[in-house]
Design a protein around this ligand. Structure first.
Ligand code: NAD
Length: 249
């Protein structure tokens, strides 16, 4: 049988053509899941879903808006009857230094990367509790582990480190309901957020410091999400999976 046969998976921040979210949606669909793509724009989300197949859905959902998260979960249950997998993938970055972080940018970066994980999780947990099963995977980053990387600012590192704590706390709390919560911590992955902003020279220099000698691609993060979403990881909760080419060795 396919790894995600008959599963319903909701993925935030998944409309961007070269992004990790859409790569994940495609991979999950290949493994039998019905996917729900959430992103800021309804049309973009619906088109991204349709590009995978007619049985998938795309809804507008700003993860910072609690009511919008609740609405997305309600729509998913209306359309599919259950929600088995949540991928908290939406995120934004801002490459600035400590003294350049103003109150507005602190709020924006913390909101989308961290508050959004809470709100969307809160929206699906009641359904998962009722089902007595569920898998939630959250997007953190190597920036949380090594205090910044190449592109995120200190507020981004703080938000992504916050995701690790939030996910572990939810894993502990929700384990008795058979709901697993895990994180992925990618290194530098070629998407619009990252390599779109780097020159070839910069990329080569970064690659030379990575044991696998290259940047990662979106499908390679999708693979880690697939493992965490499927029953292959049925005894894994509160874990953090590095997808970074060995950057932290
Ligand atoms: P991306 O910009 O292609 O994807 C991010 C998506 O999130 C976009 O589609 C965007 O529209 C959406 N989004 C932004 N704000 C939102 C909001 N408030 N509500 C809902 N959706 C929103 O970039 P990506 O590289 O695919 O990033 C996906 C995740 O991976 C992010 O959380 C990012 O921080 C994280 N990450 C990326 C890298 C990397 O190197 N690319 C490394 C580590 C972690």
């Amino acid at each position: 049988a396919l790894l995600l046969q008959d599963k319903v998976a909701m993925i935030s921040g998944a409309a961007s053509a070269r992004g990790i979210g859409l790569a994940t949606a495609r991979l999950f669909a290949q493994h039998g899941a019905k996917v729900i793509i959430l992103d800021l724009d309804e049309k973009a989300a619906a088109e991204a879903a349709a590009s995978i197949g007619p049985e998938h859905r795309g809804y507008a959902c700003n993860v910072v808006d609690k009511a919008a998260c609740e609405q997305a979960a309600a729509r998913a249950i209306e359309d599919f009857g259950h929600i088995d997998i949540l991928i908290n993938n939406a995120g934004i970055t801002q490459p600035v230094k400590t003294l350049e972080i103003d109150p507005g940018s602190w709020e924006r970066i913390l909101d989308v990367n961290l508050r959004g994980v809470l709100y969307l999780s809160q929206a699906v947990i009641p359904q998962m509790k009722q089902q007595q099963s569920g898998s939630i995977a959250c997007m953190s980053s190597v920036s949380a582990q090594r205090g910044g990387g190449i592109l995120g600012g200190p507020h981004y590192s703080a938000a992504k480190a916050g995701v690790l704590g939030l996910a572990k706390a939810m894993a502990r709390e929700l384990g008795p309901d058979n709901i697993r919560v895990n994180c992925v911590t990618p290194g530098l992955i070629q998407t619009d957020i990252s390599s779109g902003k780097l020159s070839d020279e910069q990329k080569a220099e970064i690659a030379s410091g990575i044991p696998l000698n290259r940047l990662g691609n979106a499908d390679e993060v999708a693979g880690a999400y697939l493992f965490l979403a499927s029953s292959l990881s049925s005894y894994i909760t509160g874990a953090v999976i590095d997808v970074n080419g060995g950057m932290l060795i």
